[in-house]
Design a protein around this ligand. Structure first.
Ligand code: T5A
Length: 211
């Protein structure tokens, strides 16, 4: 793969969107991305047209009969398979850079540690959906569960956010464990927005030096 694939993970409200906007401005103002290539900003679920439909099925909190845990897992896997095939693989082959708001780590954290689904099953689906594509760099934006709840107080919760504090605490523990296992770059997202972006820029520069 010629391009670079960067993923931002974290619990709800950890500041992923905020930091992706900042990173995008910064990267587009540098000459780090080769001249004939571009920066692709995307997300899961919902990075493709099909994925947008899947996203609304997954996050709609008004559904009378919401998806059961296995259906939910399969919908996230279907969204990812489409995303990898339609956006991620072709962009990386062209040499483009990708920043994705969430990827496989979110499924391990939410459906594995949150829903307590079988981790091996999740990994098997990950293999099917990604066909070997993996990020070059994953950031975990780490905030406390209290801070996550505080930052989202004025907004309506989606179906996953409605699961509440205990679920989110398990997801948060999952992210911390994954970040150690998988050597992600864990950044305290309790810092100012400026301090967080400075840490991220420095890790991206290190990635480029090492490749
Ligand atoms: N999901 C996803 C699964 O269960 N399994 C999976 O496999 C996948 C891929 C997706 C949902 O689906 C689940 C996880 C999610 O519940 P999403 O759109 O990714 O939904 O959901 P969120 O993570 O909730 O996205 P948000 O947009 O709500 O959160 P962000 O992007 O992390 O946070 P952001 O940047 O919008 O910031 C939130 C607020 O905090 C402020 C911002 O101004 C904003 O008001 N803020 C800060 N405040 C103080 N200090 C800072 N440093 C701040 N940074 C941001």
């Amino acid at each position: 793969m010629k391009g670079k694939f960067i993923v931002i993970e974290g619990i709800d409200g950890s500041g992923k969107t905020t930091q992706i906007n900042q990173l995008s401005k910064w990267l587009n103002s540098t000459n780090l991305i080769p001249e004939n290539n571009q920066l692709v900003i995307t997300r899961e679920p919902g990075g493709t047209q099909l994925g947008k439909y899947i996203r609304s099925l997954l996050l709609d909190s008004s559904l009378e009969n919401s998806p059961n845990s296995i259906t939910e897992l399969l919908l996230y896997a279907a969204d990812r398979a489409q995303h990898v095939n339609e956006i991620i693989r072709p962009s990386l082959n062209k040499g483009d850079w990708i920043i994705s708001d969430r990827f496989c780590g979110s499924t391990l954290a939410y459906q594995g540690y949150g829903r307590k689904l079988d981790i091996q099953l999740i990994k098997d689906l990950e293999t099917i959906a990604t066909q070997g594509i993996a990020p070059d760099l994953t950031f975990l934006l780490d905030i406390t569960v209290d801070e996550s709840i505080k930052r989202r107080i004025s907004r309506r919760d989606d179906r996953i956010e409605k699961e509440g504090r205990e679920f989110l605490s398990n997801v948060s523990l999952g992210f911390k464990a994954l970040s150690e296992d998988k050597k992600w770059k864990k950044i305290s997202a309790m810092q100012s927005k400026e301090a967080i972006i400075a840490d991220m820029k420095s890790e991206i520069k290190k990635l480029l030096k090492s490749t």
